[in-house]
Design a protein around this ligand. Structure first.
Ligand SMILES: C[S@@+](CC[C@H](N)C(=O)[O-])C[C@H]1O[C@@H](n2cnc3c(N)ncnc32)[C@H](O)[C@@H]1O
Length: 269
């Protein structure tokens, strides 16, 4: 995993607190619910699927409990340790194998393998220096027609832009628009990452995948790191909750949320 030391170390710092942070965050929970729903739709019992950027293994364990075999990979040694421990605790070692691998290395490291699908949730792909090459590598491991489900940090994010501008924090307001940027990991570390516009994401997928569906997450709602401020608004939040569901699928608004989520299928070579 040469070249991935900085990103691995940053996520190592987040690892032990990661589950508690995201599971208690209502805005993140909203995205997790959608993510799991799409994974359940894409992958069924008996399939063998590949995960890029598994973190502590939440989604791999969720799928394995439904009979899906998962090869779960991550660049952070600490995340890998925690995911392995979780799989052991759940007694799912027969169904989940966890490996320390960067998403960009999967095509070479697992050469010859064939998976029934792949997925990558919540930003691992944003930390890859070459998205196109990473997707090419993953595609080589998939059988034709296999589902690929991915979520990436999107560019721009309207609510971040608005909230940060109101606080006169212009650096944060426009950071995603600059392309390569620093993304904070809940105050514990920062990683270099690239936020993707819908057009960039679709262009990177196009050579190897047919995109069937695209959704924006947290379009009318703020990013998860603003959840405490958001909670203070109480019942005033309700109309935004309803609006968020509508804008998630509405072009061009879906592209202005916190994350973009795609459901694609491997083209026949
Ligand atoms: C925000 S966490 C999401 C974890 C998990 N997918 C989930 O749904 O909870 C992002 C994960 O991607 C991993 N990651 C970041 N860059 C990566 C890369 N280039 N290759 C593989 N994993 C990466 C991090 O170590 C971290 O575990």
């Amino acid at each position: 995993m040469a070249g991935y030391a900085a990103v691995g170390t940053a996520f190592d710092r987040l690892a032990s607190g990661y589950e508690a942070i995201v599971e208690t965050n209502p805005l993140h929970a909203r995205m997790r619910e959608r993510s799991l729903a799409w994974l359940e739709e894409a992958f069924g019992p008996g399939m063998h699927v590949l995960e890029a950027g598994c973190g502590t293994g939440t989604e791999a364990v969720h799928l394995a409990r439904r009979g899906v075999r998962v090869t779960a990979t991550d660049v952070s040694p600490r995340m890998v340790d925690l995911a392995r421990a979780r799989v052991r605790t759940e007694g799912l070692e027969d169904l989940v194998a966890v490996r320390a691998l960067a998403a960009g290395d999967l095509g070479d490291a697992l050469r010859g393998a064939s998976f029934d699908g792949a997925y990558s949730s919540f930003g691992a792909l944003n930390c890859e220096p070459d998205l196109l090459r990473t997707l090419e590598g993953i595609a080589r491991l998939l059988r034709p027609g296999a589902a690929f489900v991915a979520s990436v940090v999107s560019r721009p994010c309207a609510t971040e832009l608005l909230a940060a501008s109101l606080r006169l924090d212009l650096r944060r307001a426009f950071r995603r628009l600059r392309g390569d940027t620093g993304i904070g990991l809940y105050g514990l570390a920062e990683v270099r990452a690239r936020a993707y516009s819908e057009g960039e994401l679709l262009r990177s997928l196009a050579p190897r995948f047919v995109v069937e569906r695209i959704e924006g997450w947290l379009v009318a709602l703020p990013p998860p790191y603003l959840s405490r401020t958001w909670a203070r608004l109480g019942p005033l939040r309700r109309p935004f909750d309803a609006l968020d569901g509508r804008l998630a699928v509405a072009w061009p608004f879906r592209a202005w949320g916190d994350h973009l989520h795609v459901f694609a299928r491997r083209r026949t070579p």
